[in-house]
Write a protein that binds this ligand. Sequence first.
Ligand code: 3PG
Length: 217
Amino acid sequence: MDVNLELSSPLSALQVMQDASVIPVIVLTDARQAVLLARALVAGGIRMLEVTLRTPQALACIEAIARNVPEAVAGAGTVRSAADAQACAMAGARFAVSPGYTHAVGQACRDAGLPLLPGVATGSEIMAAQEDGFMELKFFPALQAGGPAMLKAWSGPFGDVRFCPTGGITVANAAEFLALPNVVCVGGSWLTPAEALARGDWEQITTLARQACQMRR
Ligand code: 3PG
């Protein structure tokens, strides 16, 4: 975590990626729970939080974190349309992550002032995102689409791109991804297990966050 990073200022995609080894991918259904979870992750050293737009309550959860946990940065995941980008920006999201890339999503994020980590899984998708000026990309689904070997192969032709691999990453395989020179951080849902959320076991989540922060980059 960069203690000098001014969290209230506009952030770049690279700053979002560089803040910790892991961007947690979070599914939330309750705004109160969202606030407690955000505080638990911050206590473990993780501030950049990707709240996926996969539940009807996701926007309210983003809004609750943005309002009540200024020491965290609420971002939106699963941004699949221009409307998603506009809605999450209105809710207070400070960055966006998408599972794929379209020009419309890229443009809508720009218009809304949201740094975007576009999802890519092929060379053509990387080129489309690069054409629109995106150089920091999410490799999704990372394990299923080729894992560390794919990232090594891309480091030649796409040596100027930095990745946040996400999908299938766990505490057991994260280090292999993080050791690659074109990987800045990884994304994953393992920091916020559904059972821990359901139990309100914030200590477990803080412990998982702390462990993740100790992983070498
Ligand atoms: C997702 O979008 O679901 C993320 O890629 C998380 O994947 P994971 O659950 O395999 O970490």
